[in-house]
Design a protein around this ligand. Sequence first.
Ligand code: ZN
Length: 380
Amino acid sequence: MGKTVYFLGAGFSVLFGGPLQSNIIKEIMAIEQNGNEPEGFGQFADVKCRLLNFLEVAFPKINENDYEHINIEDIFSILDRAILNKDSFHIYSLEDLLEIRTALINSIIFMFKYKLYYHLDKQLLMDFLNILLSQNSNSTVSFITTNWEIILDNVLFKILMNKENPYSLSYGFDTDYYAYEGNSLKYFKNKDKIIHLLKLHGSMNWLYCPNCNRIFHDFVEKIASHELQHEQYNPRCRYCKDIYKRKYDRGDVENPFMLRSYLIMPTMLKELDNLYIQQIWHQASIELSQADELVFIGYSFPQADFEIRYLLGRSIRKDCKIKVVLYKDDEPKNHCTNDYHLLPEHRYKYFFGLNDDAFDYSGLEGYVKKNMEISNSSQQ
Ligand SMILES: [Zn+2]
């Protein structure tokens, strides 16, 4: 067996408490103070308020109770188009729009932290990874994902840190540990095999320095939220200390070099041309072009992901075997025949030329179970 590439969509992380993109605004609206929320709730309440004010202006005909149904791509696309055009928008100046965009990003980051706060049973993920990594040692595995959450990073790091395990972990570009040296990639030194975890839209555990452009990671915490909670965490780049000091000596309070989150937002105008995102997408293209098998899990292959369709169309070899693992809700037999053209199966079939055998509607649980049975019977 050669290389298997796993392409993981939102349906993969929903299983571990992550939100679907179509529910992001709904989830933000649903967050209420309950006395047990993660730290940073106060800052979140402020940015949510800014966001609500903007929605009232941008969607004047929508009742506040229906804000949860507004498409997040519409909000970002309005903001991004106005910002790119350097327009003002109703009562908002260009500077206001930039602030609202940051407020929306910070609301999303907090919502992820909130949703995954009480988390969760990792056993399924452990089983999934153990099956993949225990297979024939000549085979290799890569992951490509559009998800921001870090459940996979978390569990993979723990497994791979073990000296006995021959694999190291790479995001497809150089990163540095954030605050805790225990997350350093130095544990992977002297390991010759690499597992790529390529996060096409960035990650909740990355912060980048706008001064030296380094990216810092943490495998345990969603440090992207430190951008919102900068008063508590003061996330700074340890390599640019000298610059902060000089600014401080001059009496500047504002710090333009505070580390920032690194996430590509769901907008029609995605910024995919920056340094690290380009490296990640380039590595994804290499992995896909080497794939003997490509397994999609929980990815609905939406028409709007045209950059991903381009990446796949350009990179996949004709002899690459394709499997699609989805959930019961996506299964055509649970939908009216007239709606077939709206389902993921239709999109996959007429992009890759797949037949019915390529589809499995038993989800990640079913996939893990089947593969466990295969690996158990081959060991007997
Ligand atoms: Zn720096």
